[in-house]
Design a protein around this ligand. Structure first.
Ligand code: ATP
Ligand code: MG
Length: 380
């Protein structure tokens, strides 16, 4: 899967810029605040319909412009997809409510964002990804949930429906005073929450296991067998590994019923996948709590490479890899390992960096296409 070209019009700090990419390594160099990350973001947005840096599409439009758009060509399994994304500034709307802000077209046909979500799976790696290991459970869950959605798009619906029902259940617990009414309504909500909750846990456990298998191998290669990576699902429902939905449902039913009293008292749902977490362990030690910065970074690198392998298995082709400022943070050995892997597996890669020094040391040599970025323009 390759992005051949892209045109950014009023996208972030680019007024109108067209870029032709190499199938192999593309490097964007320039000083701080010139637009390097904005280009990676445009590639990601072209493929996923929204950014990984903001939830508000409006942030993507050049300040005060009426609209911004992206046009690009993505090649997948010898098919070409002409993708066009138009973003309109909501300030121009007269009636706010039904104003459509975003249009996605693929090969001249209007499509929903879900079309892109099912089709393209670029992998981004930024220094903030260390949060996957050391941040709060909700950030960790988000990483896992995103991998699951990429592999099984239907999971997106399960998650959305689960959170919808969870919201209703929690509102009931908070507002309703009549105990009989609470009991009556809970018996309805609980069947649904158990069904969806069990599905969510099932998908998470399965994907975590797949990620674990791949990441473990990369981790061993990078650390020359000194360290063993393990991902461990930590659940408010399961106490041991289960991969049958019926079994998970039964346990969840038992746990939900058992925690009713606590839920009444705390006026919220205290068990379920929304409270679950996972640990990234290295030789049985939790890296989130005890890992050094370098160990955490290596673990994230292994996880990202595992993600690429899983998407490759799904699509028969490696997705593009977007590396934002990560090269400068890796030591020589890890940098060379990564570059070797990118070349061996022929993955299209986009790298941002302040200069070329770190990268040439990482053995990229002169086999990359280099773009010099200055104040929202490409200089060469
Ligand atoms: N919607 C927007 N309209 C115009 N400019 C914007 C918009 N959003 C961000 N910018 C500007 O784009 C500039 C470049 O941002 P970007 O994050 O791409 O820099 P960078 O080259 O990656 O820098 P660094 O090396 O610091 O990471 C920033 O100065 C920012 O203020
Ligand atoms: Mg940047």
């Amino acid at each position: 899967m390759n992005v051949k070209k892209i045109r950014l019009v009023n996208f972030r700090n680019f007024l109108d810029t067209s870029l032709d990419f190499d199938d192999s390594i593309n490097i964007f160099i320039g000083n701080n605040a010139q637009g390097k990350t904005n280009i990676l973001e445009s590639i990601f947005t072209l493929m996923r319909g929204s950014s990984y840096r903001t939830i508000d599409d409006q942030d993507l439009i050049f300040w005060n412009k009426e609209m911004g758009y992206l046009l690009g060509e993505v090649y997948q399994n010898e098919e070409i997809f002409h993708v066009h994304i138009l973003l309109q500034n909501r300030k121009n709307s007269f009636s706010q409510s039904n104003f459509q802000k975003k249009f996605i077209q693929v090969n001249k046909k209007l499509q929903k964002k879900s079309w892109l979500l099912e089709k393209f799976h670029p992998v981004v790696f930024t220094p903030e990804d260390l949060q996957i290991i050391k941040s709060t459970p909700s950030i960790r869950r988000r990483f896992l949930d995103e991998v699951v959605v990429n592999l099984y798009p239907v999971y997106y619906q399960y998650l959305r429906d689960y959170h919808h029902i969870l919201f209703q259940r929690n509102t009931l617990l908070r507002k309703e005073k009549n105990q009989n009414e609470i009991d009556r309504q809970l018996s309805i909500w609980d069947n649904k929450i158990i069904d969806l909750g069990a599905l969510i846990i099932l998908y998470r456990v399965k994907v975590l296991q797949k990620l674990n298998q791949k990441a473990k191998i990369f981790h061993q290669l990078i650390t020359e067998n000194r360290e063993t990576l393990k991902l461990k699902y930590h659940s408010t429902i399961l106490t041991s590994y289960k991969d049958e939905k019926e079994e998970i449902s039964k346990i969840m039913e038992f746990k939900i019923k058992n925690s009713r009293e606590k839920d009444f008292k705390l006026k919220t749902t205290t068990v379920g996948p929304h409270r679950d977490d996972y640990f990234v362990m290295d030789n049985e030690v939790d890296l989130g709590t005890f890992g050094s910065q370098g160990q955490q970074r290596t673990a994230v690198l292994s996880l990202k490479l595992a993600e690429l392998e899983l998407f490759k298995e799904k699509d028969n082709e490696y997705p593009p890899l977007l590396l934002d400022d990560v090269m400068s943070e890796l030591d020589m050995e890890r940098k060379s390992f990564l570059v070797r892997l990118i070349k061996e597996r022929k993955m299209q890669t986009f790298i941002t960096s302040i200069g070329l020094d770190d990268l040439t040391q990482g053995c990229i040599g002169n086999q990359a296409k280099v773009f010099q970025i200055k104040m929202g323009r490409v200089e060469s």
